[in-house]
Design a protein. Structure first.
Length: 88
């Protein structure tokens, strides 16, 4: 699979996405401005359905780039956010 260096490179995107997701959810929960690196204005989310908000967040934290790692990260984030929504 390419050894340790390749593994570290591949996981870098996932760990970055997890950090941005955490920061984004924390910002939304606290009512503070969203991190600029995700490129979403919180006002743009107003009036959207919960599913549309989740889609916008997933698209912002891990844009589609056609790689398996990206798709796995997007799927994991979408599933986790859907579970959070179902419980709350």
């Amino acid at each position: 699979m390419g050894g340790a260096a390749n593994t570290a490179r591949r996981l870098r995107g996932s760990s970055r996405s997890a950090g941005v997701l955490h920061t984004t959810l924390t910002s939304l929960a606290q009512g503070t401005s969203l991190p600029p690196e995700i490129g979403i204005d919180a006002q743009a989310l107003a009036g959207l359905s919960p599913e549309q908000v989740l889609d916008a967040i997933v698209n912002a934290i891990r844009p589609i780039d056609g790689t398996q790692d990206s798709e796995a990260t997007r799927d994991s984030a979408a599933r986790a956010l859907s579970e959070i929504m179902a419980e709350n």
